[in-house]
Design a protein around this ligand. Structure first.
Ligand SMILES: Cc1ncc(COP(=O)(O)O)c(C=O)c1O
Length: 416
């Protein structure tokens, strides 16, 4: 069998739909200034699928600093990895700002979130150690664990009893191997909007010996009284040993960081392969991030605006009888029942006739017969955006329940 022949025939779980979906259900092109109102295939849309929680991505002050930094440094500066030739005063300054913000001793910049945290996990554990992790952990965490040569035990999503059960197994295993235990979970889960049960997990430290790493990609910048993240919101910052977040969401940039005790961050600086063997963050990004961190600290209105939109949206959905699950963050799932062709018809109606653009999750990502719409409210949305969207969901849900979206198959919406 020729590998290329096999791949071209198969396509993969989502790729098999490429011929009908490309450019519409997958790889859509949103055009115009990034924000709550953009164009899709020539039509104006209210956009609910950008993780631009604080509305920073297109904030005039942010755009100005980014543009000035680009003019000053160019894209390539500095060259090389931090360890070899790519370290600067500004990189170190940003690390100081970040670790102070999340109340940790030290922080290390990562050039990308995905590879960064994956590689941190790889560096943190050896084959004697055991990883205990939430079954819904993001792909980058799972990939990090796939590199792990020792045992790993998943616990049911946010199920603290199962977490404890897996910790017991892990404790028995490390008694034999002589290793330690790393627990991995998220601050805010980007799919269902539920915060990781950090308070409950950290309470288990009284009974079991382990270290805790959280990925707070969806919580950094707005969760908690100062926006320092989900662990601040739950009052357990001092119990979460390693805090990771990316700059691609509330910061509207690129890059990431991990924060924790100085000796461990220093260990990571010298051992995380994706950073040692890859270029450091461009200075454009670093200077832009320093500005964003300033804004985070001095502009609480960004968070207040976000939460005002979140409450109007989530309260509006609940009073209209929508099932938004157990979200306790801005991420707003809307759970519905229907098959994949029905879901695609509904999405098309929402886009073509109501001008609402949001992400949808269907089988094989979730079980057959379930549909999840995923709405990401941001500080840049208006109450008008929310109200129009609530009306659109109310009307389209009625059509779904009446069976009006029944279809034989996924329509061909690919770009010609
Ligand atoms: C939970 C989570 N972790 C990590 C990442 C990866 O971060 P990056 O885009 O910076 O590689 C993402 C997505 O961006 C994410 O949602």
């Amino acid at each position: 069998m020729d590998i290329f022949e096999k791949l071209a025939k198969n396509g993969g779980p989502i790729g098999q739909h490429m011929k009908r979906a490309h450019g519409y259900f997958a790889f859509p092109k949103l055009e115009g200034e990034l924000g709550p109102r953009m164009k899709f295939r020539g039509k104006d849309m209210i956009v609910w699928s950008l993780n631009n929680y604080l509305g920073l991505v297109n904030h005039p002050e942010v755009r100005k600093v980014d543009a000035e930094a680009a003019a000053k440094y160019g894209m390539g500066n500095p060259m090389g990895s931090r360890m070899m030739s790519g370290n600067t005063e500004l990189h170190e300054k940003l690390e100081e700002v970040l670790c102070a913000f999340v109340k940790r001793e030290d922080a290390m910049l990562l050039n990308f979130g995905y590879q960064g945290v994956m590689s941190c996990i790889d560096a943190l554990v050896d084959r004697h150690d055991v990883i205990v992790y939430d079954a819904l952990a993001h792909a980058c965490l799972v990939d990090g664990m796939r590199m792990h040569m020792g045992h790993r035990y998943a616990f049911k999503h946010n199920d603290i009893e199962d977490c404890e059960k897996q910790l017991q197994r892990a404790t028995e295993m490390v008694a034999k191997t002589g290793g330690g235990i790393l627990v991995v979970t998220e601050g805010v889960y980007g799919m269902d909007g539920e915060q990781g049960v950090l308070k409950e997990i950290t309470a288990l430290k009284k009974k079991y010996s382990f270290r805790l790493l959280i990925d707070d990609a969806h919580g950094f910048g707005y969760m908690g009284p100062t926006g320092a993240g989900a662990d601040e919101a739950q009052g357990v910052q001092d119990q979460v040993d390693l805090y990771f977040s990316t700059f691609v969401k509330s910061m509207g940039s690129i890059g990431a960081f991990i924060a924790g005790p100085t000796d461990i961050i220093n260990y990571l600086r010298y051992n995380v392969r994706s950073q040692i063997f890859a270029k450091s963050l461009p200075l454009i990004v670093v200077e832009g991030m320093l500005k964003r961190m300033d804004m985070l600290k001095t502009m609480p209105q960004l968070r207040e605006n976000l939460w005002a939109i979140v409450h109007r949206l989530q309260d509006g959905l609940k009073t209209r009888g929508f099932d938004i699950g157990k979200t306790n963050s801005p991420v707003t799932p809307i759970y519905m029942k229907g098959d994949v062709p029905e879901a695609t018809q509904m999405v098309m109606d929402l886009r073509e006739n109501y001008h609402i653009f949001c992400s949808i999750v269907v089988y094989p990502v979730i079980p057959k017969g379930e549909i999840i719409y995923r709405i990401i409210p941001t500080a840049a949305h208006s109450f008008e955006d929310v109200d129009e969207t609530l009306k659109a969901f109310e009307e389209t849900k009625k059509k779904l329940d009446a069976g009006l979206y029944k279809a034989a198959d996924i329509p061909d919406m690919a770009e010609v």
